[in-house]
Design a protein around this ligand. Structure first.
Ligand code: AMP
Length: 311
């Protein structure tokens, strides 16, 4: 049977980052949650992107997205405006980072508008932006099959009520372990996930950086390690790339059963592993489905073991 991938719409930040890792720095590194998501998902399904940039945003990155067939009709350009900028520094343990600067710039007055042709997109990912903007997008969407959402500590701190209103309408929430504890007020990830499920999302994916990710799907729990890599260049965007691989795979397959959610966890992990191998989206820019599949298969053997019995 021929595979007919369904389109995926992502709304999120499109950014110019400044990155400091223990071994290298990179200024003017193209990033943003929507960019990483779109690059990762583009291998699986057609992607539509809604976001905003200033006219300082590098044309080369727009060309790269277009080469990945990412539909940019929904990307607004503000003449004379400056693109969202973020600066972060990673610790020796690259699971930890500090935000040094955030400049909202054109995001400050951004009103996401879904072009008419985007409104009935079946797979919708609300990447990390202000929860009010995420809500705005949900209002414009017509009956999506699956709504995914990502958030961060900043919004849990300063916009908890808005976030709760969005969460009530979301099917899959991705967030990292510290954020899960912060959002739920719990001290244990399992309890945190259960508390978050009670807020709305039936599926909660807790990302644990180099330790992998955990999916809570109804009562089911699925755990995946991260791919052991001998060199991590830049972890920025790993979470968004994970979400891109995860949602992209589901849009490609069109089946939202537990079995496919588990596979989606692995495709997400595979795309995140490519992401962290380079700065910006460079590690994900020139992949093939064959290469992705090979890494998926490596993963299967990495976690495969035969059942044994001691009695
Ligand atoms: P991740 O490493 O997956 O958390 O994503 C990193 C990306 O998130 C960077 O490229 C940043 O530009 C973007 N980012 C950082 N802070 C924010 C924010 N407050 N709102 C939206 N995007 C952000």
């Amino acid at each position: 049977m021929a595979i007919v991938p369904e389109p995926v719409l992502v709304v999120g930040s499109v950014a110019v980052d400044s990155i400091i890792t223990p071994r290298a720095t990179r200024d003017e590194s193209v990033g943003g949650s929507a960019v990483f998501f779109a690059m990762a998902a583009s291998y699986f399904a057609p992607v539509r992107l809604v976001g905003v940039v200033g006219d300082d945003f590098p044309q080369g990155a727009l060309d790269d997205l277009a080469r990945h067939q990412v539909d940019l009709v929904g990307l607004q350009t503000v003449p004379g405006g400056k693109t969202f900028r973020w600066k972060g520094r990673y610790h020796e343990n690259m699971n930890h980072r500090d935000t040094l600067e955030t400049h909202l710039n054109v995001f400050e007055s951004f009103e996401p508008k879904l072009p008419a042709a985007y409104r009935d997109t079946p797979f919708l990912f609300l990447a990390n932006i202000q929860p009010t903007l995420q809500l705005d997008v949900l209002e414009q969407a017509k009956g999506p099959r699956l709504v995914g959402l990502d958030t961060m500590n900043l919004w849990i701190e300063i916009a908890r009520e808005d976030l709760a209103r969005v969460l009530a309408r979301v099917d899959v929430l991705t967030l990292n372990d510290e954020e899960a504890l912060q959002l739920s007020g719990e001290h244990n990830l399992v309890r945190a996930a259960r508390a978050i499920q009670a807020l709305g999302p039936k599926n909660v994916v807790i990302k644990r950086g180099e330790y992998g990710a955990v999916l809570f799907h109804g009562d089911d729990v699925f755990v995946t390690p991260a791919l052991p890599l001998d060199e991590v260049t830049d972890p920025t965007g790993a979470g968004d790339s994970f979400a891109g691989g995860f949602m992209g795979y589901l849009a490609r397959i069109g089946d939202l059963s537990g079995e496919h959610l588990r596979r989606a966890m692995i495709y997400g992990t595979v795309l995140a592993s490519y992401c962290v191998e380079g700065f910006s989206y460079e590690g994900m820019d020139r992949l093939t489905l064959d290469a992705i599949q090979q890494r998926f298969d490596r993963f299967a053997s990495l976690t495969d073991f035969s059942r044994a019995s001691l009695v």
